[in-house]
Design a protein around this ligand. Structure first.
Ligand SMILES: *Cc1c(COP(=O)(O)O)cnc(C)c1O
Length: 394
């Protein structure tokens, strides 16, 4: 390696020394309750495949049929090569599912945030952003060049305070943005109270519902439905890569928002859309969610069951209000050691440390899915108990 790049190896070594170096497991199976890793079957508690749709026969069948009818690639960006009917169908299905006028799809939830935030605000504007918002929101905010004012996590009083301060200094437009469900802790944004602040101060209100759709609300319709806030939230961002089990992102809301993003959303204008197979699988996922709430109900039952078991064992599962179950351990090396021992015992659950969570709050994040059986959950609880005692956590 040339000397010019030797700093990279130094940085990597530092990460390893701090227990912050991420190693990535190789899977030889689809996503599901069980995975094949290094020739072994392990119980999976890592994925956001909340409803078990990532390997669902209806989605796979829809994807295969779309390849036959529409091929494998979109050709170019939609504004130049034209848009496939499938993408438009997905957009209108998502809008109906969310109970809004329109939706526009993107390659990912990350891209949806990079598209919508810079399309809404610019240099003369201001963004009020929860201090724990997802990285893609933060990057979207930075790309917009608007002034970014952070408020304390899930704290409408602190939001009011910073809005009043900032208003005194003057700005053109203002956007209030929050995650719906915060994925590291599983807590839910107080969206009703945020909507009141937005109404008091004329702020555009945006929620990123990546971990809420397919989870919260009637049949998984998301956070706006969960709180009954239809018509009071201007922009909802979503992803197709979590509960929907596929890949892609979208922005849902009023018709002019979708129209504006077709003109000014840079990831829409300058990057090709996801493939016909992806889109068809997403439509099949929406079909399944509209047909029955059984998968969503099962997810919540599993979440409650696992959390209660972990609490009985004496683990600190934080403030989660959703099936996301953080197991807070403290320092990053302990969390890594814990995760390694779990894996040796057949349970795949990743350690998460700084900068994804604050220093001293390293954890194992257990992602519960509707795909887990009671037997799977009992087995995992047994392994957590064994490793927790061994490492003197409980
Ligand atoms: C996962 C996530 C994203 C990114 O979604 P992708 O479709 O995987 O790019 C965006 N926002 C939030 C809040 C997320 O949790």
């Amino acid at each position: 390696m040339s000397d010019r790049l030797s700093w990279i190896q130094d940085e990597l070594n530092t990460l390893k020394g701090q227990g912050l170096f991420t190693t990535i497991r190789t899977l030889a199976s689809p996503q599901g309750a069980w995975l094949e890793v290094d020739g072994r079957q392990v119980l999976n508690f890592c994925s956001n495949n909340y409803l078990g749709l990532a390997n669902h026969p209806r989605l796979k069948d829809a994807a295969q049929r779309a390849i036959q009818s529409h091929g494998v690639g979109p050709g170019a960006v939609r504004t130049i090569a034209g848009t496939m009917d499938l993408h438009l169908e997905l957009e209108s299905r998502l809008a109906a599912f969310k109970g809004v006028e329109a939706a526009i799809s993107f390659q990912s939830g990350f891209n949806a945030n990079l598209a919508v935030i810079p399309a809404l605000v610019d240099k003369e504007d201001v963004i009020f952003s929860d201090e724990l918002n997802h990285a893609s929101i933060i990057d979207g905010c930075r790309l917009s060049r608007a002034r970014i004012v952070r408020y304390r996590h899930n704290n409408p009083d602190d939001l009011r305070r910073v809005v009043q301060e900032t208003r005194a200094q003057g700005y053109r437009r203002a956007l209030l943005v929050t995650d719906g469900v915060f994925s590291m802790d599983g807590d839910i944004a107080p969206l009703g109270q945020l909507a009141l602040v937005a109404e008091e101060h004329n702020l555009m209100l945006m929620v990123d519902d990546a971990h809420g759709e397919g989870v919260l609300g009637r049949g998984g319709r998301g956070i706006v439905d969960h709180y009954g806030l239809h018509g009071r939230v201007d922009i909802e961002v979503g992803t197709m890569s979590k509960a929907f089990g596929v890949v892609g992102g979208y922005v849902a809301g009023r018709q002019p928002v979708a129209d504006w993003l077709r003109q000014r959303g840079r990831p829409f204008l300058f990057s090709s859309a996801v493939t016909p197979a992806d889109v068809a699988a997403c439509i099949a996922a929406v079909d399944l969610l509209e047909e029955s709430t059984a998968m969503v109900d099962r997810l919540w039952e599993n979440g409650r069951y696992f959390k209660a078991g972990m609490k009985r064992l004496g683990f600190d599962t934080g403030v989660s209000e959703t099936p996301i179950t953080p197991v807070i351990l403290g320092e990053a090396p302990l969390a890594q050691q814990f995760s390694k021992r779990l894996f040796q015992e057949g349970v795949f659950a990743t350690a998460i440390g700084f900068p994804t969570v604050p220093r001293g709050k390293a954890r194992i994040r257990v992602m519960i899915s509707a795909a887990h059986t009671n037997h799977d959950l009992d087995q995992a609880l047994g392994v957590f108990e064994k490793v927790g005692q061994e490492l003197a956590v409980i």
